[in-house]
Structure formats: structure tokens, C-alpha cells
Design a protein around this ligand. Sequence first.
Ligand code: ES4
Ligand code: ZN
Length: 338
Amino acid sequence: DKLHQFLQALPKCEHHVHIEGTISPELFFSIASKNSVSLPSDDPAFSSPAALQARYQNFSSLDDFLHYYFIGFSALINASDFEALTYDYLALAYSQNVYHCEIFFDPQAHISRNVSYHTVIAGMNAAKARAAADFPKLSVEFIPCLLRHLPVPSAHELLVELLASGHFFDGTLVGFGMSSTELGKHPSVYKSVYDAAKAAGINNFTAHYGEEGPSEYVKDALSLLSVSRIDHGRRSAEDADLIAQLAESATMLTLCPLSNVVLKGVNRIHDIPIREFLDADVRFSINSDDPAYFGGYIMENYCAVQEAFGLTVEDWEKITRGAVAGSWCSSERKEQLL
Ligand code: ES4
Ligand code: ZN
């Protein structure tokens, strides 16, 4: 109908997509086969792409999902694998009128299986170069994410390697993030890493919080890690003072509605406090997170939100303006995106 056309035509910014979360079961099986990577033999979910797809319908929690998510990494070996994965995602996002996207990736989980950071970023950069030629209205940025299920020294080691690449200062990497397991990983655990990153001159910081964890984690991430956005941040709504602080500081939440339902953070989209955030002027964007695992890309997330909340054109214009303003791109680029 008309509103669907309106949502499709909206110029979109995607701030929360993990490139490794865009590998479909079919692509996982085909790349694994090409690279002679063996699949887990003790889990019937890996008997076929269809069985794996069916397993994705039954995640019980973030950590249950993360188990499958990291097995998905095992197929990815060569720069050309990362190039294909990234280019396919960009083509799909562009078909949904994503004009600016900031893509997360997890270097530690590649380095630990002897796929170097340089292999990963070379493939992603090759895709970005092809996208610049093929998708003229699209801008693309990359954000490495620390993995919280790994020990803190591993995070410091990664930071040292990333800084040595010079990529935070030549436009290759636009910011610094943190994801994976949340419960038990209070922001204080990573303060030393964020402090070191700040001291080295990195400017843009984010972190996954308030997905499974309480609003205190969000509040403490703002004060201890000086993040300018929060990935998910859904549970911020449980604290009225925090809502006011997020609005006042123009901190952007990168919400991922379908992800929250599939990972059982909420029972249904309507339980995500989108109306509260809109009414309190909390800036947020709507994103796909791990689209191959959660049943939809950015447009499916926009549509699910529209179905649950019946937003007005004015609401969507507010969301769109906030997403542009919260993007990590130049003010000139923001002007173009509006
Ligand atoms: C993630 Cl949904 C989610 N939460 C935390 N970390 C992640 N990494 C990839 N997807
Ligand atoms: Zn995420």
C-alpha cells in the first residue's frame, strides 16, 4: 500500500549491522564447501541449509544465537569471501534505499582462527570500492567491535593492532564498538580499553548495551566509556532519568526490532519502547543487526515497526532526521542525506 511505498522510498541510514550476521545458510554452506571447511558433525542443524534456517527460528537467548553466529565465521577464509559477503549485503541494502551504512565486524574472532585483520579489511574495502562505482548514492563505513566473551587483554591486543594499521586515521575505520555477551560485562570491565583508544585519538565510540542487560549498563557506559551512541539501548526506557539524559545528550540508540524478538528480549515488537523514545525526543535509528539470522533486513524492520506502532509520516521524518544527525559522516554528507 501507500505507506509501504513511503517506507521503501525513505532514505535510510543503517548503523547496526554485523557483516558476519549477513551470511545466509545457503552462502555459509557454499563458501564452507569451496574452502573445504568441515561443518559441526554433532549438531543436526548443520545437516542442510534448510535445517540451519529452521534452527534460527528457535534461538532462546543472545548467547544461544552467538554460538551459531561464530560457527558461521568458520567458512570465511579469504579476502574474496569477505568481499562477496560485504558486496552482497551492500547491494541488498541499496535495493532498500540505504544511502549510508556503518558496518560492524569482529576482528578478534577472525584473528583467533588465523584469518588476519588485513585479510578481512582488504575484502571489505574491495567491496566498498565496487559499491562506490555501482551504487552512487551509498556511503559505507566500517567499525570494528570488541568481543566481550573474550578476556580483556585480548581487547587491548586488538586495539594495539588496529592502531598500528593507521586505519582510524585514514578513513578506513570510522569508530570503535563492542558487542557479544552482555550480562556480567559491566562497562567498567572495558574502561581501560576505551581510555586507551581515546588517548590514541579515536573519536567515535559505541557499545552494545541494554539489549539483555539493565538500564544501569547503559547509564554507566555513557559515563565510563564516553560513548556517543548505544547499540540496542532498548532497556534504557526502564529509567526515566536516563531517558532524559539520552535526549539531552542526543545519544543515538541503534534499535534492532526483529533481533529483539528473535532473541527473546521482548515478546513482540510492540513491547519495544519506540513510542516512549519518540515522545521523549530520544534519537534512534532502526536497524537489522544480523539479518541472515533474524528474518529480515532494514526494510523488514521498518515495516515491523510500522505494523506494531502505526506511526505517522511526521514520526518517520523525525526518525529519519535523527538517524542522519547521528551518523558518523561529515556535515556535508549529512546535508546530502537529508
Ligand atoms: C549481536 Cl544481537 C547481538 N548482540 C550482541 N552482539 C552481537 N554480535 C552480533 N550480533
Ligand atoms: Zn548487534
